[in-house]
Design a protein. Sequence first.
Length: 354
Amino acid sequence: MMSKTGDLSGSEREFDFLCVDDFMERMIDSRALATAFEIGLIDSLARDGKATTESLAETIRTDSRGLHFLIDLLLTNGVVELNNGSIALTPAFVKALRFRDLMEIKLSISNFAAHDFLEFFTDLVAAPDQFMSKARFHRLFAYDRCFSFSQEDRRITEQWMRITTVLTKYEARACLKYHDFSAYGRMLDIGGNSGEFVLQLCREHSDLHAAVFDLPLVCDVGRNHLAGEPERSRIDFVTGNAATDDLPGGFDLVTFKSMLHDWPDDLARDLMKKGARALEPGGAMVIFERAAYVPGALSPGHSILPFLIFFHSYRASDFYVRYLEELGFSNIESRIINLEMPFILVTGVRGDGG
Ligand SMILES: C[S@@+](CC[C@H](N)C(=O)[O-])C[C@H]1O[C@@H](n2cnc3c(N)ncnc32)[C@H](O)[C@@H]1O
């Protein structure tokens, strides 16, 4: 039985960045915290250490009654505390602020996804196709606009790539902890997005070279993302459509990170088969994905709404394990890693037959 991810207290959690979710358990808390960032309250307290409500209202030019109400919500959520009439950020929040990019992205996507959840949850449960046609959150990820380079396509693509990039910056740590990447020399990350995942791996392993395979505009944004990184010289971007194009070959590692759940079963298998062909015999495939919902395993808070609304798409590890067996892989292993919700990490080694 999986542990109850949402119930783990700070000290029991494996990854320090998960503390950001503590401040977004409830919708009202998440909305209040997003506002506190938006109006400069968090920055002001982070800079000045403490302030009275009156001085804060002046510094950030906010309606005083509104500010009192907001501060009350932030007190309840443990974001701020009162010391002798002054307001200060709590030590726990200051700690979480080290992961500010993650906190702000999670606030923004959970507050966005909440609209779909509130309006269309019945469809999500009873008629998933209806949900997909009505919901708006998943439309952010407009892959169909990643084949051309218009200014508008770029704006839209950069917007959703900021989300995947920040999430991956942190999720990659779990993969690095539970899989030993030190023996690999040449990897291919299929659907590798901005290159953030391979960047994290290349930083840890100085002999590793990587290719990111993704749609043309995604690769272009990725090249900008990695510009100036010392690891950039070890990372190539290969543009194409993984569904229709051949993939490059000769790798000793192929990875799929949060990629295969986007595809129906038959196409996901096709992608895995292509990934297998891109490997030299003895090379490894690593699949890292959010796991299918397991009854009783989760106590969902507001911050997981953007992932929860995709719950029909996540698979149990059996799907990947069985297909790796069919493809003749050996040393197949799978494990669950608990982040804000459970992830599966499935790995296997390609046999001679391919
Ligand atoms: C959910 S995102 C995950 C991105 C990245 N692996 C991560 O974990 O942050 C799925 C990725 O697959 C890419 N993708 C979608 N359709 C594709 C296709 N037909 N060929 C290649 N890449 C594709 C998207 O551009 C995107 O980068």
